[in-house]
Design a protein around this ligand. Structure first.
Ligand code: NAD
Length: 428
């Protein structure tokens, strides 16, 4: 396909990655945001989010004249061939997806979109949103296309440029194929669908991952009660190609900016068509139970009570490789610990902001100072390489609770500490 004129609305994880990557594929991209300060930082090539390769693509796009950043979608879209909506769709009151940002942009640009320009939802939106946007626009000459995004934070650029598949869905099939063609150089399979199916793919995929994680956390709990080792159980499961190795690691519960809101939104969508999605509500309940089991484990390591306990936390981001704290299970666990009276000192290599209810330090060894217990909550590889003898010397107590099964228990024990993970035998 020849270079298309693309506008991307929203310059967060998804929008900025989409804009920078489409520019790197040769398209002419204008990225729009309401955040003026962010737009001026991006125009100067400054990227706030931690995504390998993204800053380089942004700078390359700007210097190559294929990528620019502006405030104000209305002006930007007037000569576009396609407009991608990459604005937030957070969990709204009652648990459904909050579509206000999608609707606000649609209202802002509706009457100035050129005839034939595709309006493309890359934000995660519930089934029926394409129809809703179509009704709002009231224009037959603007096709609506759903093109859900599957990138993962921390590997956003590489995921975008090496996708497992591209999904495009529209009730105007030609427009869906045109959007699929924007990615032709990536050589990925393209699933061309109707709008409702494309919209559902994203929820079906994300919720399946949440189910898998809740399942593995349940199996880890069984391992603890039955004296089995989850690492060996999942190794044995993961070789089965029908199951695969991904998303088989237990942890402090799943979180992040997508799984909690998307599971909740799908339950609500199911309710709207009188389907009680019990499997999914169980996975959500199980996730809360997992967090509570982790808190109980930490309380046990503190001698049964968290009141006055000094806890050193390693990791705050919702997963390693990102500085995103949205719905982080590490924060969820820490906040319950704090509410139960623990004093928390935390370190995360990607986080330097102040956080209510805890002291955030900029050196991992500082979390050990006078700590009764150290808790690993995010799987940053660098925690494996800490000098655990120095940690042990600084601590008051001698317990390490490793909610990611990240550390080598032997190293921790050799430092004179005891180690307990999730679904694994305790080591002391
Ligand atoms: P984000 O919060 O990182 O970024 C959203 C951006 O949109 C912000 O820069 C914000 O200023 C801007 N914005 C808000 N309202 C606007 C408006 N009216 N006009 C212009 N800009 C506006 O969000 P994100 O993580 O990139 O997620 C965006 C969407 O993509 C969500 O629907 C999310 O579910 C979906 N998604 C996210 C991921 C992920 O890993 N983060 C992966 C796949 C899909």
């Amino acid at each position: 396909m020849s270079a298309a004129r693309i506008v991307v609305v929203g310059t967060g994880y998804v929008g900025l990655t989409t804009g920078a990557c489409l520019a790197s594929l040769g398209h002419r991209v204008t990225c729009v945001d309401v955040d003026e300060a962010k737009v001026s930082r991006l125009s100067a090539g400054r990227v706030d989010i931690l995504e390998p390769g993204l800053a380089e693509l942004v700078t390359g796009g700007i210097t190559g004249g294929r990528l620019s950043f502006v405030v104000g979608a209305r002006k930007a879209v007037q000569e576009a061939d396609g407009v991608f909506l990459c604005v937030p769709t957070p969990m709204g009151a009652g648990g459904s997806a909050d579509l206000r940002a999608v609707e606000a942009v649609t209202a802002e640009i509706g009457d100035v979109l050129p005839a034939g320009c595709a309006l493309i939802t890359k934000s995660t939106v519930p089934v029926g949103t394409s129809k809703r946007i179509h009704a709002m626009l009231g224009r037959e000459d603007v096709p609506i296309v759903s093109n859900p995004e599957f990138l993962r934070e921390g590997t956003a650029v590489s995921d975008f440029l090496n996708p497992d598949r591209i999904v495009v869905g529209s009730d105007t099939p030609g427009a869906a194929r045109w959007v699929g063609d924007l990615y032709a150089d990536l050589g990925a399979p393209v699933v061309v669908a109707d709008a409702a199916s494309a919209e559902l793919v994203k929820y079906a995929a994300n919720c399946f991952l949440a189910l898998k994680l809740s399942y593995v956390n349940s199996i880890a709990e069984l391992c603890e009660r039955l004296g089995a080792d989850i690492d060996l159980v999942t190794e044995g499961m993961g070789y089965d190609r029908r199951i695969g190795r991904a998303f088989l690691k237990p942890g402090p519960g799943w979180g992040g900016s997508c799984l909690p809101k998307d599971t909740s939104a799908l339950v609500k969508v199911a309710e709207s068509v009188n389907y009680d999605f019990r499997m999914l509500t169980s996975a959500i309940d199980e996730n809360i139970a997992q967090r509570d089991r982790i808190v109980a484990k930490i309380a046990g390591a503190c001698g049964g009570t968290l009141a006055g306990a000094r806890i050193g936390v390693l990791g705050l981001a919702f997963k390693a490789g990102t500085n995103d704290l949205r719905d982080s299970p590490a924060l969820a666990v820490s906040s319950v610990l704090g509410a139960l009276g623990a004093e928390i000192t935390a370190y995360d290599p990607a986080v330097d902001s102040a956080i209510d209810g805890m002291t955030v330090v900029d050196d991992p060894y500082q979390v050990a100072k006078d700590a009764d217990v150290i808790v690993v909550l995010t799987e940053w590889a660098e925690f494996k390489h800490l000098d655990w003898t120095i940690m042990a010397d600084a601590m008051e107590g001698d317990d390490v609770v490793d909610t990611r099964n990240l550390l080598d228990p032997r190293t921790v024990i050799d430092a004179g500490l005891s180690w307990q993970g999730v679904g694994r035998p305790r080591a002391a």
